[in-house]
Design a protein around this ligand. Structure first.
Ligand code: GLN
Length: 240
């Protein structure tokens, strides 16, 4: 009898667990990346969240947002712990080997953030500098592969990276343009230098081979771009 009760309880737990999964869709991100994903009153909001809400609506599912380290995102997708990633994630050939990308929904460029009186004026000036980046980002890969004489400092959070520049531990920070603009808004001693490094494009990522979900995501993105919605989201989240 006791065994039967335990068995039935396990069945119930299993079934409710499954039911939950049926009606939810899990998005993974790193929420220190305004205007794409950031906290307001304890809630994650941003351009990517607005897009994710539309994806969830289209699928008829409840959206769950998981905030993790940027360099753990690919693993989270491939281990099945999350359904898709929306994290201002740039399409790269290396990443394409591990995950599948949707159509691109935003263009970005990599820029340099430094103290206002910095002597960095051109890309050449980066040569022997101490450069802080976000661990696992395209900037991280760029510094390691293109700037062999520079010293790279890898941080998980852009706030810590900004702190490194402010304290002089790093000479500059390399990161995406719009998040850089947001960062300097709140750190008046920093500025975005007028040196563009390279452009990159953002897409939604899913586990390798999850074509079914990718097709639906692409439909949503197509519609949002056609209606100018993504620009609208960007405008909203950069003007507040
Ligand atoms: N776009 C950059 C990349 O994909 C940084 C993204 C991020 O830090 N959220 O590497």
């Amino acid at each position: 009898m006791k065994r039967l009760v335990i068995f039935l309880l396990l069945v119930i737990i299993f079934l409710t667990g499954c039911g939950k999964k049926e009606n939810t869709i899990v998005m993974v991100t790193e929420a220190g990346f305004a205007p794409y994903e950031y906290y307001e009153n304890g809630k994650v909001i941003g351009v990517d969240i607005d897009i994710a809400k539309e994806i969830a609506k289209h699928l008829g599912k409840e959206l769950i947002i998981k905030d993790i380290d940027f360099d753990s995102i690919i693993n989270e997708l491939n281990s099945g712990k999350a359904d898709f990633a929306l994290a201002g994630m740039s399409i790269t050939e290396e990443r394409k080997k591990e995950i599948d990308f949707s159509i691109e929904y935003s263009e970005s460029k990599q820029v340099i953030v430094a103290l206002k009186d910095s002597n960095i004026k051109t890309v050449d000036d980066l040569k022997n500098k101490k450069i802080v980046v976000q661990l696992g980002s395209v900037a991280d890969i760029f510094v390691s592969s293109e700037l062999s004489e520079a010293t790279v400092i890898q941080q998980k959070k852009f706030l810590s990276a900004a702190q490194d520049v402010k304290s002089g531990k790093a000479d500059c920070l390399i990161m995406d343009a719009l998040p850089a603009n947001e960062l300097v808004k709140n750190n008046k001693e920093l500025s975005v230098l007028s040196v563009d490094l390279f452009t990159d494009r953002y897409a939604v990522a899913v586990a390798k081979g999850n074509e079914e979900l990718l097709d639906e995501i692409n439909k949503v993105l197509d519609k949002l771009m056609e209606n100018g919605k993504i620009e609208e989201y960007i405008l909203y989240h950069t003007s507040r």
